[in-house]
Design a protein around this ligand. Structure first.
Ligand code: THG
Length: 371
């Protein structure tokens, strides 16, 4: 295989050198930044986040900061979920749509002050989108990417590590999706009880990128008694637990309802947002739309490098977007984007996986819940 080269156009995280020293074996590129995706032991890393504790360089989850008198107006305009009632110090998962009602990102929105927000984004250029919306509308805000780089601590022992780092008071009082600015031995950060796993834990939003190594070392040291080791957002764990990977599971025409995020958008609220009318029209007849479904995959499965075409009776019905081995089920599973008519549990679909023929069967577990 040819290499993807390292160069100036793609950014390095403040934890980059630490992850290299720790033996990272694979990166992806996310928001124009290298993001570790493997340390070479997928099953060991899965086991650690499920039963112990793991630390992840997720600095590529960049922030779009919106600050100024109209910040909440702009944050709400670009978010399909109600944000105006969110308290300072809280966060909310808030999908974003374009004017067609299609999903363009699925960030966590953090309210830092009445008029100050971070959108902690998935992999798409929301800085330009939000700045464009704000500028075109003449809103009184600044929109920029701040020097903020999340480091995730995930797993059932994450709180033990946090007790050593931050003390009992903070750990006991920090609710799910609550956040607070703290300093750790001179390292400034915002701690939030969040993260892209369902194993519990926090994210440390480092607010001085020059201190990445210091924060990494401090977390590694505090976590050593609990067996902490470097890991990454984990494909097996997140698919087993129904967390969406924007751009992997979705295509350019996927809307949030198709993606299983219907509970995280407000179509009947007394407020407007970009894409609301289009979404209402798209789903006026839900039968005409698609659904992201969990499937089992039977057959010799190659490594999935791109979506695989799905067919029923030789006719294309969509794609298997994502596939992985599930340790929990001890079989291969995937996510398929198919018409609602093919989304019923038990539906069998032929998958052309680069020449290998697989049988996908729609599971009776809706995407968004745990397998
Ligand atoms: N942390 C931070 N930024 C991120 C992610 C993250 N940006 C990119 C990506 N992950 C965004 N995607 C998600 C998807 C799901 C969740 C968080 C980020 C999530 N969902 C919970 C659920 O579905 O149950 C909670 C939703 C809620 O109650 O609002 O946690 O991981 N910083």
């Amino acid at each position: 295989m040819p290499e993807i080269v390292f160069g100036s156009r793609v950014r390095k995280s403040p934890y980059f050198n630490a992850t290299m020293a720790a033996g990272v074996t694979a990166f992806t590129i996310y928001n124009q930044m290298y993001m570790p995706v493997s340390y070479g032991d997928p099953l060991g890393e899965y086991e650690r986040v499920k039963t112990g504790v793991s630390m992840w360089d997720v600095a590529a989850e960049r922030q779009v900061e919106i600050i100024g008198p109209d910040a909440t107006v702009v944050a709400q305009l670009v978010s399909a979920r109600r944000l105006t009632d969110l308290k300072v110090g809280r966060a909310r998962y808030a999908p974003m749509c374009d004017y067609r009602g299609c999903l363009i990102n699925d960030p966590i929105a953090l309210r830092l002050a009445e008029d100050r927000w971070w959108l902690s984004i998935a992999d798409s250029d929301m800085l330009h989108w939000v700045a464009g919306v704000a500028g075109t509308g003449g809103y009184d805000v600044d929109v920029f990417e701040p020097d903020v780089s999340p480091l995730a601590i995930q797993g059932p022992r994450a709180d033990d590590v946090c007790r050593i780092l931050f003390g009992d008071e903070l750990v006991d009082s920090l609710g799910f999706f609550h956040h607070r600015a703290v300093e750790l031995d001179g390292v400034p950060l915002v701690i939030c009880r969040s993260g892209w796993s369902r194993q519990g834990g926090v994210e440390l939003f480092l607010t001085d990128g020059s201190l990445g190594q210091a924060l990494w070392d401090r977390v590694a040291e505090a976590g050593a008694p609990f067996g902490i080791a470097p890991g990454t957002p984990h494909q097996m764990e997140r698919i087993e637990n129904g967390l969406l990977s924007y751009g992997s599971d979705t295509d350019a025409d996927t809307d949030p309802i198709e993606a299983g995020l219907g509970d995280f958008i407000n179509l009947d609220g007394d407020f407007d947002f970009i894409g609301k009318q289009a979404l209402i029209v798209r789903h006026a007849d839900p039968a005409t739309r698609r659904r992201l479904v969990n499937v089992t995959l039977d057959g010799e499965m190659p490594a999935p490098q791109h979506p695989w075409e799905a067919r029923i009776d030789g006719t294309s019905v969509g794609e298997v977007r994502t596939a992985t081995y599930s340790p929990k089920l001890d079989r291969n599973v995937g996510l398929a984007l198919v018409p609602v008519a093919c989304a019923e549990a038990g539906t069998q679909i032929d998958v052309d996986a680069d020449g290998a023929t697989l049988t996908a069967t729609v599971m009776d577990v809706p995407f968004g819940t745990s397998l």
